[in-house]
Design a protein around this ligand. Structure first.
Ligand code: SF4
Ligand code: SF4
Length: 361
C-alpha cells in the first residue's frame, strides 16, 4: 500500500460521450512523437469493442490465488487503429476532402451502436477509461526491469523511462490495456494522473475539462473527500472489472436511469429495464445491485422531500464540490517523491511466474 491513494469517481449517469476529456488529455500529453495512436483517456460505448479492440478478452491481471495471468499485446494497427490525416491543402483548390489512407479501424469505430433492437429494446452507455492507478498493478508486476513503480506519496503508477527497455510485458499484464508502446522511443508510456497538476492542487486535465461534471478526484483516506464518501460511505461507486485482481482506484457510479422498453405497439412495458443486470454485474460485480438500490432510493427521497445528501453530492454544483486535493501535502512531503511503495515491487515476485505472453496480429 502507498502512504495515501489518489482516486477518481466517474458518474456514468452524467457522461454524454462528448470526448472533451479525451481531447484535454490528448492535447496535453499524447499528440506527437509516437504517441499519436494513444488515448490515455478514452470514452467508449458499452456494449462495444472498446479501445483497444476487445480489451476485456486480452488477459492480464491476477487470478484468485494472486498469480499473474498471461495476456496478449494488442497490435497497433489492427487493435488500436493508426490515425489518418486529410488532404486539407486540396480544399483550397476546390477538391474533395479525402483521407490519406483507407480507414479500417480506430477508437470509437462502433460509437453509439450499443446492443438490442432499435427502437423498443436497445441500449448503450459511455464508459470513460484512464489507467486505474491500481493498488496491485498488473503492469508493475509484469515488468522484468522493475521499470514501473507506484509512488508512495499518492499511489500514482508511473513508468521509469530510463529503466524501460520496451519489452511490453506490462501491456500484456494490464487487464485494462492502459499502457501503450511508443514505437518511436521503444518505451511504454501511460496516464500519469496529471501528477504535476495534482501537486499544485489541481485535478487531472480530463476531470477539470469534463463537460458533464462526472469526475470526482481526491484522496481515499480523506473522509471529507467526495471520493471517500461515494466509495466508502455510500458505497455507490465501484471499480471496473475488479475480478481481474488489480484493486483499481478509479470507481464508477453505475448507470441507473434508462428509458423503459416498449412493446411492438409502442406501449411502455412497465417495470422494464433496458440495461441488463447481468451486463452491469459483469462490469462492476454483484455489489452493483446494492449501489443501484441506494441510488434509486436516494433519488426517490430527493423527489419526495427535496433533500438527499447523496444526490447533492452527485449533482456537484461547483468544481469545489468535485475535487478535494491538497498542494500543502505535497509541499510538506516534497514533490520529489518518486520512490516506489515498498520492496515488494522490486522483488520481481510475480515476474518469475510469467510463462508466456503473446502479441496480437
Ligand atoms: S490500469 Fe493497468 S496500467 Fe494502470 S496501474 Fe492498473 S495494471 Fe497498471
Ligand atoms: S468530458 Fe465528461 S461528459 Fe464528456 S465524454 Fe468525457 S467524461 Fe463524458
Amino acid at each position: 500500500m502507498s502512504k495515501r491513494q489518489l482516486a477518481m469517481v466517474m458518474d456514468l449517469n452524467k457522461c454524454i460521450g462528448c470526448q472533451t476529456c479525451t481531447v484535454a488529455c490528448k492535447t496535453q500529453w499524447t499528440n506527437r512523437n509516437g504517441r499519436e495512436y494513444m488515448y490515455w483517456n478514452n470514452v467508449e460505448t458499452y456494449p462495444g469493442t472498446g479501445y483497444p479492440k476487445n480489451w476485456m478478452e486480452l488477459g492480464g491481471g491476477f487470478d484468485a490465488a494472486g498469480d499473474l495471468q498471461d495476456g496478449i499485446i494488442p497490435n497497433i494497427e489492427a487493435d488500436y487503429g493508426v490515425p489518418w490525416d486529410y488532404n486539407f491543402d486540396a480544399l483550397a483548390d476546390g477538391k474533395q476532402l479525402t483521407p490519406n489512407v483507407e480507414p479500417t479501424w480506430g477508437p470509437n469505430w462502433d460509437e453509439d451502436e450499443g446492443a438490442g433492437d432499435f427502437p423498443n429494446d436497445n441500449y448503450f452507455f459511455y464508459i470513460p477509461r484512464i489507467c486505474n492507478h491500481c493498488t496491485n498493478p498488473g503492469c508493475l508486476s509484469s515488468c522484468p526491469r522493475d521499470a514501473i513503480f507506484k509512488r508512495d506519496i499518492d499511489g500514482v503508477v508511473l513508468v521509469d523511462l530510463d529503466r524501460c527497455q520496451g519489452y511490453r510485458y506490462c501491456i500484456a499484464g494490464c487487464p485494462y490495456k492502459k499502457v501503450y508502446f511508443n514505437p518511436k522511443l521503444s518505451k511504454t508510456e501511460k496516464c500519469i494522473f496529471c501528477f504535476p497538476r495534482i501537486e499544485q492542487g489541481l485535478p487531472p486535465a480530463c476531470a477539470q475539462q469534463c463537460v458533464g461534471r462526472i469526475r470526482f478526484v481526491g484522496f481515499l483516506d480523506d473522509v471529507n473527500s467526495q471520493v471517500h464518501q461515494l466509495v466508502h460511505k455510500y458505497k455507490v461507486a465501484l471499480p471496473l472489472r475488479a475480478d481481474r485482481g488489480t484493486s483499481p482506484n478509479v470507481y464508477y457510479i453505475p448507470p441507473t436511469e434508462a428509458p423503459p422498453k416498449f412493446d411492438a405497439e409502442g406501449n411502455v412495458i412497465e417495470g422494464s429495464n433496458r440495461i441488463p443486470t447481468e451486463e452491469l454485474e459483469k462490469l462492476f460485480g454483484s455489489e452493483v445491485n446494492g449501489a443501484i438500490k441506494t441510488l434509486k432510493s436516494e433519488m426517490a427521497k430527493r423527489k419526495e422531500t427535496g433533500k438527499s445528501e447523496l444526490m447533492d453530492l452527485l449533482i456537484a454544483y461547483s468544481h469545489s464540490e468535485m475535487f478535494r486535493l491538497d498542494n500543502n501535502y505535497y509541499k510538506k512531503e516534497g514533490t520529489n517523491k518518486l520512490a516506489p511503495v515498498d520492496n515488494r515491487y522490486l522483488s520481481g515476485k510475480h515476474t518469475q511466474r510469467i510463462s508466456r505472453f503473446s502479441r496480437g496480429n
